[in-house]
Design a binder for this molecule. Structure first.
Ligand code: BG6
Length: 481
């Protein structure tokens, strides 16, 4: 008889957020201005948040208040403990530690804040998983240095990382360098370029070449930080982080298959570089053909090799589809070469729901990179309604999470994939990164605030809270309602 797939005993169950989406208090504790602080809210119908370098008085900036986690974290951690979380991922806002990014000395108030946060998590039996750069770099580095196209940022980031490792290595073992570094594959998007690399481009610049240059500098910085982490404390684990989105061919037509292969190469070369320390052959040839000149220092190759990531952290929300290009070119342009998948449903925000794609990708990543993996984001953004009695019924979120956890269980239990944890997005409602809405809710805990920051801010437990609590208690075996 075939045994039912199961999770290993030590599998880590958790939840994830990012500093700028929850903390608020954007001008407290000596904090500097981050790129997230300058992004006004957008909406479901007009999603990408426009990039502005200043505060416009007639617009809302939801990251300025978040869910007030900066003040409420002690009581929120109690709720996470009640939920049974074994791990909690958040980020350190770079601007709380180095307000402008280029100072010589860190801001002590910022260090004290995160020390208390991580100490309380540990006291609650929750393992902190910490991202160093989650869409929230200091705006000063964008304005004065041009973002990651400037190699000076390698030094600034490495100093920031070293300060964090030195101050928190006794509390934080699992680190992540750059959140979803590969989102900038969509280099037509001002929003993604700013979030990932602090790039604001002039019309006459080649956006794709600039993106490759910025990403190179970031990956060298990530490797340098990884080397520093191991020097400071050999037990630290530093992960690369990718937005894992399978891109399928629309049909079995060989040209569609070839195009999907190129799409996957284009979207995941960042993984090749960060996990193996090497650029893939196809990309070096692509740069040659396009006459792109990516500036690299003599010792970059050695740094990338010596600083290869210890593990792969990744998010998974949806899948995409492509087909052969009309111009016959064997290239992939994420902005123009995607088509709809006729076989899957979508969320209200148009995100294609595809749990099987998660199992496919877990196998694909295992075969490609042979590194331990940690799923650090997976969740369902939806409208929720707070009932008069304080309950929130969210069966669709439960369904989404159940199907994805089943896919993970099959990949781990049946396929033997080396995944050591599942951190859902998110234990608590927060500000959406793409639209800035509060109405696009992901949480198991409801926060009574609207898009403009109005409301009591009180926390309520949704139905999904009790459901996930049981999933954790039964180590992923009891997934029923
Ligand atoms: C990931 C990001 O892209 O997806 C998170 O790492 C983000 O920061 C999450 O919140 C969900 O996306 P959104 O745009 O719905 O908030």
């Amino acid at each position: 008889m075939t045994k039912q797939a199961a999770f290993p005993k030590e599998f880590m169950w958790g939840g994830a957020v990012a500093a700028h989406q929850v903390e608020g208090a954007w001008q407290e504790g000596g904090k500097g201005v981050s790129i997230a602080d300058l992004m006004p809210a957008a909406s479901r119908t007009a999603p990408a948040r426009t990039v502005t370098g200043h505060i416009e008085p007639d617009k809302d900036y939801p990251n300025h208040w978040g869910i007030d986690f900066y003040h409420q974290y002690p009581t929120d951690i109690k709720l996470f403990q009640k939920l049974g979380l074994q791990a909690f991922r958040t980020s350190i806002a770079w601007t709380r530690i180095f307000p402008n990014g280029d100072e010589a000395e860190p801001n002590q108030a910022g260090l004290a804040y995160y020390r208390d946060l991580f100490t309380r998590l540990r006291a609650a039996g929750i393992e902190p998983v910490v991202t160093l750069s989650h869409f929230e770099m200091p705006y000063h580095l964008v304005k004065e240095y041009g973002g990651w196209r400037n190699r000076k940022l390698i030094g600034f980031f490495t100093r920031f990382a070293e300060v964090c490792f030195a101050n928190f290595h006794d509390l934080v073992k699992y680190w992540i360098t750059f959140n979803e570094i590969n989102n900038q594959t969509d280099w037509h998007s001002d929003h993604h370029l700013l979030q990932d690399s602090g790039l604001v481009l002039r019309a006459d610049e080649n956006h794709e070449e600039d993106m490759f240059q910025a990403a190179h500098n970031e990956m060298v910085a990530g490797a340098a930080a990884t080397i520093a982490a191991h020097r400071i404390d050999a037990s630290l684990q530093v992960g690369a982080m990718l937005a894992m989105v399978p891109i399928y061919p629309l049909s079995a037509k060989p040209d569609d298959v070839l195009e999907a292969q190129r799409a996957m190469q284009t979207r995941y070369y960042y993984g090749d570089v960060q996990l193996t320390g090497k650029y893939p052959q196809w990309l070096l040839r692509y740069w040659q053909r396009k006459d792109y000149h990516i500036v690299m220092a003599d010792d970059d190759a050695a740094t990338l090799q010596a600083g290869a990531a210890d593990y792969l952290a990744f998010s998974y929300y949806f899948s995409l589809v492509t087909k052969a290009r009309a111009d016959g070119l064997h290239e992939y342009d994420e902005h123009n070469d995607l088509v709809d998948n006729p076989y899957v449903e979508k969320t209200r925000w148009g995100w294609q729901i595809d749990p099987a794609g998660l199992r496919t990708m877990l196998n694909w990543m295992q075969d490609r990179w042979h590194k331990p993996m940690l799923l650090v984001e997976n969740g369902f953004g939806a409208y929720d309604k707070l009932e008069a009695d304080g309950s929130v019924h969210d069966p669709d979120r439960i369904d989404y999470l159940r199907q994805h956890i089943q896919a993970v269980r099959a990949a781990v239990g049946e396929d033997g994939v080396d995944l050591f944890g599942y951190l859902m997005w998110s234990p608590i409602d927060l500000i959406s990164a793409s639209t800035g809405e509060m109405a696009k809710r992901y949480g198991l805990i409801y926060v009574d605030l609207d898009d403009a920051g109005h409301g009591s801010g009180k926390r309520y437990l949704k139905d999904s809270f009790a459901w996930y609590q049981r999933v954790i208690r039964t180590n992923g075996q009891d997934l029923d309602d």
